[in-house]
Design a protein around this ligand. Sequence first.
Ligand SMILES: NC(=O)c1ccc[n+]([C@@H]2O[C@H](COP(=O)([O-])OP(=O)(O)OC[C@H]3O[C@@H](n4cnc5c(N)ncnc54)[C@H](O)[C@@H]3O)[C@@H](O)[C@H]2O)c1
Ligand SMILES: N[C@H](C(=O)O)[C@H](O)COP(=O)(O)O
Length: 338
Amino acid sequence: MTDTSAAAPPLALTMGEPAGIGGEVAVKAWQALAASGPAFFLLDDPARIAALAGPGIRIAEIAAPAEATALFGSALPVLPVPLAVPVQPGRPDPANAAAVIRSITMAVQLTQAGQASAVVTNPIQKATLYEAGFPHPGHTEFLGALVGSTAEPVMMLASPMLRVVPVSIHVSLRTAIETLTSDLIVERSLIAHRALCTDFGIANPRLAVAGLNPHAGEGGAMGVEDDMIVAPAIRTLREAGVAASGPYPPDTMFTPRARAGYDAAICMYHDQALIPLKTIDMDGGVNVTLGLPVVRTSPDHGTALDIAGKGSADQGSLIAALRLAAELAARRASAAQH
Ligand SMILES: NC(=O)c1ccc[n+]([C@@H]2O[C@H](COP(=O)([O-])OP(=O)(O)OC[C@H]3O[C@@H](n4cnc5c(N)ncnc54)[C@H](O)[C@@H]3O)[C@@H](O)[C@H]2O)c1
Ligand SMILES: N[C@H](C(=O)O)[C@H](O)COP(=O)(O)O
């Protein structure tokens, strides 16, 4: 376990969609972590968070991230990001989109400036941001643009039981299949491999590559992509020294016995990766963006508008995201010192 106890800067937690469950799980996560850390501050509207938390919980409005660590044991630190209009739980309003986006931008800038150790994002309501003109499909692509990445960052969902990496993210299933190439599989796998080595501290990560078709194509009878696209990518990865294997029939590669044989599953499209992860560990899964100069994690769930304002949201995934962000940031900080 990496030592995260040194005086690392606090984590920056974004507001996410204010009409969703982000504020509620942030308050619950603070209650769970106040005594132990890792310390974080929330970029949000302090008055709304105070109203949401109720009278028993102290909210501390801060002017800079450096104030958060000392306060964290007794109050939830909030760096103000004012909202344009009042929030109605379960009913997102595009008028608040600018504040949602500003919260993400500020978290990234503060992390790049060394004032925060990592970015942890609460879930956004993508359709509401699109309505307000947001041009990025999701956080992953937006973060890549914010830091000026040349290659699109890679999405990983991680839990103690499984790590999955989809080679395409927020595109239709048709587009995911039409744009699948050996080069794309190799590019995403190499970024994942590097992150598993450096951020996760795994010496020789084993990548299990999923097939695209039923039975990984059954020798071409159920689709040619496994032989023509996936298998050549695995050969290229192996030639580059990566312990990659497959293509595996996707229906059996997520069983407990199969999972014991690899460190991450490289999946051919979004839901091939995210369905097993969220089925196995919805309350402990964490979304991690690989290939960025800053550490970014997020809970695996979305805005859960159907339960917003009801007090029933589970905070487990956000707590796991905060803990993993601190661990990855500490490992990067330690590597930078050596
Ligand atoms: N990181 C992110 O920004 C992120 C991640 C996933 C989804 N989203 C967005 O969230 C919105 C809603 O997505 P969705 O409906 O597909 O998924 P969702 O995760 O919001 O909800 C799916 C179901 O799980 C339940 N649920 C989710 N989190 C829960 C929690 N912490 N405790 C208890 N129950 C919980 C919800 O009530 C709902 O019934 C979409 O706009 C989507 O794009 C954003
Ligand atoms: N694809 C993710 C999921 O379904 O859980 C989610 O939309 C989050 O994506 P970003 O982190 O890129 O917003």
